[in-house]
Design a protein. Structure first.
Length: 452
């Protein structure tokens, strides 16, 4: 093969000589361009990390969100009207049942109590007076006198009658004795009526005095209660919120705003709503048919992932909310003061045991619009895409349901570097790496899947 014309002209140039090394480079380039054309060489299959799924017995959990509420809540209102003169607590402090919190001016109520006690003493004296009345004895004595007078009149009338028959007495004297006899009879009847009236007066007077005494005593008790109500104490132990009224304000009994509010936070309640299907799973596991049964529950606070707070479900609503298909439940938890009412929490309730559950690493899961998937390397070292349903998380592994066997190789990282149908060079982790990343079999911790 001859030289190209451009190279030949360069060598025969009349303008002196050229250096040798540029000429050599030019000859190399010319000769290299005259070789065979390049052909595409396919790259070797990429190396991918795979691992075998784990097969364990795992407890499945029902997880729901909820909010905390105080186990007891009391609003403090005054039962009497008056000016606030004392406040015996600090805003937000812990108070004990029976602790004095507010004092309303007691002086007006002390005066009312003294007046009521005086009326009670007067009523008690009237009872004693009615009980010691001698009106009955006087009426009975008068009755005895009238009986004697009647007997005397009857005797005199009989004697006058005998004398008149013997014509030893005049008709006038006889008529006078008859009138005296009739008068004595009438006076006896009147005396008997006076005795009966005295008995009635005694009974009614005694009852009336006793009733007046009870009324006065009730007024004394009312005054005592009003005086006691001037000192407002804590009905329960708990934490009190800030005061609403300062000293010097006039307090009424019909005020809509409470003086303060006390909440009991140990134990503390947490309410949540579970679906009827999840509730059936829980009840099926624990065999709960009626009252007296408890269900264990775990709780986490805020965005924490560890369900370290344990408690029990002590209430399940008797009806299902038709609009949502959920049932309200309540958990009760011990509280050292960390949890306050109104906090966002997560419930985790053991629902069922999953024997021989399949678990894969969290990094093995991918998500798209069709759901969760994994990449499996088959026997021909070709990538297969499998749709799965992720479940609970145990440490960094996720329980899955789908077409996957315990002896199949699952990609554990780098899902974005491959595609289904691609041939790869699968590499299992070394025993040292596998031991380092070995999953623990302790308490499960939840990690919800990311949104597609």
């Amino acid at each position: 093969m001859g030289l190209r014309p451009s190279v030949q002209r360069l060598l025969n140039s009349p303008h002196g000589f050229m250096p040798i090394w540029p000429v050599g480079i030019a000859l190399f380039l010319v000769l290299a361009g005259c070789g065979q054309p390049n052909t595409y060489q396919a790259p070797p299959p990429p190396d991918v990390q795979v691992s075998l799924p784990r097969q364990l017995t795992v407890t499945s959990y029902v997880e729901v969100t909820g909010t905390t509420q105080a186990s007891e809540r009391v609003e403090l209102h005054s039962r009497v009207k008056g000016f606030l003169v004392e406040r015996k607590f600090e805003d937000g402090a812990l108070v004990n049942a029976g602790q004095l919190l507010f004092v309303i001016d007691e002086e007006p109520f002390k005066v009312k109590l003294q007046y009521a006690q005086a009326k009670a003493n007067e009523a008690e004296a009237n009872v004693k007076k009615a009980n010691e009345s001698k009106a009955r004895e006087i009426a009975k004595a008068q009755f005895s006198v009238r009986e004697s007078q009647l007997a005397l009149a009857e005797s005199d009338h009989e004697r006058r009658s005998n004398l008149l028959a013997k014509q030893a007495s005049s008709k006038q004297e006889f008529d006078q004795s008859s009138a005296t006899l009739n008068s004595a009879k009438a006076q006896l009847l009147a005396a008997r009526a006076e005795v009966e009236q005295a008995e009635v007066n005694y009974s009614t007077g005694l009852l009336s005095a006793a009733a007046a005494l009870k009324l006065a005593q009730s007024e004394v008790r009312t005054a005592e209660l009003d005086l006691e109500y001037c000192r407002i104490v804590a009905p329960i132990s708990g934490r009190i919120d800030r005061r609403v009224f300062d000293i010097g304000n006039y307090i009424t009994t019909d005020a809509a705003t409470p003086l303060a509010t006390i909440v009991r936070v140990d134990p503390i309640y947490a309410y949540a709503a579970v679906s009827e299907n999840d509730l059936l799973k829980v009840k099926t596991r624990y065999g709960i048919q009626g009252d007296g049964q408890t269900i264990p529950v775990l709780m986490s606070l805020g965005d924490q992932r560890d369900f370290s707070i344990s408690g029990t479900i002590d209430y399940i609503a008797p009806t299902v909310l038709s609009g949502t298909g959920t049932v309200q439940i309540r958990g009760v938890f011990k509280n050292s003061g960390l949890i306050i009412p109104g906090m966002f929490v997560r419930f985790r309730i053991p629902s069922e045991e999953l024997p021989d559950a399949i678990l894969v690493s969290e990094r093995s899961l991918g998500y798209d619009q069709s759901g969760a998937y994994i990449y499996v390397v088959n026997a021909e070292d070709v990538i297969e895409r499998r749709l799965v349903v992720p479940g609970d998380t145990v440490d960094s592994y996720r329980v899955i349901q789908g077409e996957l066997k315990a002896n199949e190789r699952v990609m554990s990282d780098g899902l974005l570097k491959v595609r289904p149908g691609m041939k790869v060079n699968a590499k299992l982790p070394t025993p040292e790496a596998e031991a380092k990343g070995k999953v623990a079999t302790g308490s499960p911790h939840d990690a919800p899947p990311p949104s597609p």
